[in-house]
Write a protein that binds this ligand. Structure first.
Ligand SMILES: NC(=O)c1ccc[n+]([C@@H]2O[C@H](COP(=O)([O-])OP(=O)(O)OC[C@H]3O[C@@H](n4cnc5c(N)ncnc54)[C@H](OP(=O)(O)O)[C@@H]3O)[C@@H](O)[C@H]2O)c1
Length: 212
């Protein structure tokens, strides 16, 4: 059966997004300095050739082990699940050819028709909860895996369901002191993980945990 994996970037103090990085201030990255903070969280990925090509940022970039990890993450993903706030930000910033190339299930209270993009990404809007979104993702993923893309709210829900087999975190050496905190709203009995691999670079430590 498909594995369910989380793959995210995290600040050293446990935030997935800085304070001020919201739709209201999307056009003003100087607001609470959110643009620079996001850049420092994601600096490692912006350098990678695979990421740059996928987001149509231009050619060039690093081609080492971190780039290989990004390619493997994409190749293993048969479907993604995300929250509406992550989608709202992406809808404004992803290129027309959205960078998933699979079905994407967006957890939301908003009813909306599927949104098909060139390049194989279709966003489906799911109103009946995380278990339903996961089943829908399983139905289309085939033998590939299901990526929980974020944000914090959605990752927390899948951890609480005990549905996460693997947790991949790029831990960046930055402190946000506020924002969207990952480690909250968690039930006491979330599954235990063991460290599967760790790869250090000056920009981030790439940690991979698997369920015990
Ligand atoms: N660091 C990273 O790797 C990373 C990855 C992804 C995202 N992010 C960032 O994280 C931030 C967003 O995270 P977030 O925690 O604020 O929000 P989120 O998880 O992206 O979305 C939360 C929203 O999704 C909808 N939703 C979630 N669960 C639902 C359910 N069970 N039923 C119905 N609707 C549901 C609700 O919106 P509605 O009620 O409006 O429908 C909810 O307010 C963004 O800034 C994004 O850029 C960072």
């Amino acid at each position: 059966m498909s594995k369910v994996f989380v793959n995210i970037g995290l600040s050293l103090d446990g935030y997935m997004a800085p304070e001020g990085m919201d739709l209201e201030h999307w056009e003003d990255p100087s607001y609470k300095n959110w643009g620079a903070k996001w850049g420092s969280l994601m600096g490692w990925i912006l350098k990678q050739q695979y990421f740059r090509e996928n987001l149509q940022f231009g050619s060039g970039g690093e081609t080492g082990p971190v780039n290989d990890m990004l390619r493997e993450t994409m190749q293993r993903s048969g479907a993604s699940i995300m929250g509406k706030r992550m989608f709202d930000a992406g809808e404004r910033s992803w290129p027309e050819e959205a960078p998933f190339h699979t079905p994407v299930f967006v957890l939301t209270h908003e009813e909306r028709e599927p949104w098909e993009r060139p390049g194989g990404t279709t966003f489906f809007f799911v109103n009946d909860g995380p278990e339903s979104a996961l089943q829908k993702a399983r139905n289309v993923a085939g033998d590939r895996d299901i990526r929980i893309s974020g944000g914090a709210d959605v990752v927390q829900q899948y951890l609480n369901l005990g549905a996460v087999d693997e947790l991949e975190i790029a831990l960046a050496p930055v402190l946000f002191h506020g924002g969207r905190r990952l480690w909250e709203n968690l039930d006491e009995a979330i599954p235990q993980f063991k460290i599967d691999s760790a790869h250090s670079t000056p920009d981030a430590t790439h940690l991979r945990y698997v369920r015990v």
